[in-house]
Design a protein around this ligand. Structure first.
Ligand SMILES: [Zn+2]
Ligand SMILES: [Zn+2]
Length: 552
């Protein structure tokens, strides 16, 4: 009977959507599952991306046997280019996933030196004391897998992202028979995708979208523009299939999407009849009803092709009346406003716009309640831990588990950093490790902390006031009145008097500070105190105040 305990530690993806990352640790071996990123929420001003904090992993670097990736979506692979160079461990995935990872690593110049391994579903491989097998799951990207992980204390099933589509467009349906087989021998713990645990019933099949696309291609009098995630390869396949049926040619717009299409074609995960894919410079003289564009921008991302097109800011493409635009994706929570803005400007330019709520142009890639229950029923785990979701999703998912007979005390809702400690008989939440957000802003990773964000919030709320204070080098006394420059605080013309008054106030305070030499820390604090109070009285605002001292 093994004495050691197995630790399961989510470093991302629990009580949030995105940046999925999970650590499994047994004695001297660690495996990591997924390394995803998250797009910043609105209050993370100016932040480009959010990735998991891997302090815990860096401390135990020599124990890490590898990173196992379930599929090629950003929220599962997006942090690799930032984390892999620090960890320098092998990565295991299926073939398409590896292709997509290579694209990501190459973009960030992190490909050379990376140890990427392809493992086909069904094959087993060993990482330290962990025996791992991929099983196919159906999701909105081909080659997605769940994991069967054999450990010295029992078998663990990790669902990855999945749904139970029996008529998937590309890729295989979720392999339930393999799981049923496994359940006969007993599964200690099931970790299962909670993203859509709120939705009753079943998630509709991708086929539904195929039918919607067919009618759009058939009925639109002019050009058709389909927007989706660049990683939604099965959707791109549907667009190609439908275009072929209706004698339209497909033009992929945008660098990232073109890269992904290229890799998927090369690896055989995307099939396009000869000549159907065109380049934008071939557009000239083509009849409008023979054209389909595929672009990114379904989330209203400012630099995406669709948003540039909507803003008449795209080099090659403009909306012309008669165009039909279909948004084949739903906004990720937090992006609604950006998406709405994009829709409005597309309408304004005379396009017909179709989106969820108006047409069945998207189904998502995650199982709804009945599918989640089915998986629970088939796997029949001793313990259950919901993953991938905000607290309410995780919580609802445990309710589903309880509804099929898993006792409440055998279900565990964790948050990032919590440790689930397991033996072959017991499970409990035992302690916490560091797990927070690491912000990526432009070229820098991790140097944006809470302090920088607080400053940005302050600046965005009440603006900034800069004071230039001239001090006589010999006497240490103030020379003249301080100069004031402000941005985003008040209208400088209308509030000239008030600003002037504040200059006098600072001069007064500094002149009356006795014979004290004008020491920087004193001036700094005194000026801030005085102005904070004065500006708040005058305006009820608290701008950031930045005094500068120059010796003259
Ligand atoms: Zn996914
Ligand atoms: Zn996901």
């Amino acid at each position: 009977m093994p004495k050691s305990k197995l630790k399961i530690i989510p470093l991302g993806g629990l009580n949030e959507i995105g940046k999925n990352m999970m650590v499994m640790e047994y004695e001297d071996d660690i495996i990591v599952i997924d390394a995803g990123l998250m797009f910043p929420s609105e209050e993370m001003l100016g932040v480009d991306l959010v990735i998991p904090d891997i302090t815990y992993l860096l401390e135990k670097r020599e124990k890490i046997r590898g990173i196992v990736i379930t599929h090629g979506h950003e929220d599962h692979v997006g942090a690799l280019p930032y984390l892999l160079p620090q960890l320098n461990v092998p990565v295991y995935s299926t073939r398409l996933t590896q292709g997509l990872i290579s694209v990501k690593l190459k973009e960030r110049k992190a490909l050379s030196g990376a140890n990427l391994n392809v493992v086909p579903p069904g094959e087993q491989f060993t990482l330290g004391k962990f025996g791992i097998e991929f099983f196919p799951v159906c999701h909105s990207i081909p080659d997605a897998v769940g994991l069967i992980i054999r450990t010295p204390i029992g078998t663990i099933v990790h669902s990855g992202d999945f749904k139970l589509d029996y008529t998937p467009v590309s890729g295989k349906p979720t392999d339930l028979s393999r799981l049923a087989q496994l359940a006969e021998q007993g599964v200690l713990l099931l970790l299962s995708d909670s993203t859509y645990a709120e939705l009753p019933g079943y998630t509709p099949s991708e086929r539904v979208v195929g039918e919607a696309l067919d009618s759009i291609m058939a009925e639109s009098p002019g050009r058709v523009l389909i927007t989706t995630f660049s990683s939604l390869i099965s959707r791109i396949q549907q667009v190609i299939d439908s275009a072929a049926k209706h004698q339209r040619r497909v033009f992929v717009v945008g660098r990232n999407m073109n890269e992904i299409v290229r890799v998927s074609l090369e690896l055989g995960y995307l099939n396009a009849p000869d000549g159907i894919l065109g380049k934008l410079d071939e557009l000239k003289d083509m009849p409008h009803n023979k054209i389909v564009f595929v672009t990114t921008g379904s989330q209203g991302e400012p630099t995406s092709a669709l948003v540039r097109i909507a803003n008449r800011d795209h080099r090659q493409l403009h909306i012309i009346p008669g165009d039909t635009v279909a948004i084949s994706a739903t906004p990720v929570p937090g992006n609604e406003a950006l998406v709405a803005r994009t829709l409005n400007s597309l309408f304004k330019q005379g396009a017909q716009v179709l989106y969820s709520g108006v047409a069945q142009v998207h189904v998502h890639g995650h199982g709804s309640q009945e599918e989640l229950k089915l998986l629970l029923n088939i796997v029949k785990p001793k313990f259950f831990m919901p993953i991938h979701g905000e607290y309410r999703h995780l919580s609802l998912h445990t309710k589903l588990a309880q509804s099929i007979g898993i006792p409440r005390e055998s279900t565990f809702v964790l948050e990032d950093g919590d440790i689930l400690e397991l033996s072959s008989e017991t499970a409990r939440i035992a302690g916490k490790v560091t797990a927070s957000n690491v912000y990526v802003d432009g070229l820098s990773v991790g140097d944006i902390g809470p302090v920088v964000l607080r400053d940005r919030k302050m600046l965005s709320r009440d603006g900034i006031v800069v004071l230039i204070i001239a001090i006589n080098r010999q006497t240490g006394k103030l020379v003249g009145r301080p100069d004031i420059v402000s941005r985003g605080f008040v209208d400088t013309r209308e509030s000239r008097e008030m600003l002037d008054e504040s200059r006098d106030l600072v001069a007064q305070v500094l002149n009356h500070s006795g014979d004290r030499p004008a020491e920087w820390s004193f001036v700094n604090t005194k000026v801030r105190e005085t102005l904070n109070k004065f500006y708040y009285e005058q305006t009820k605002r608290r701008p950031m105040i930045l005094p500068f001292m120059v010796k003259v």
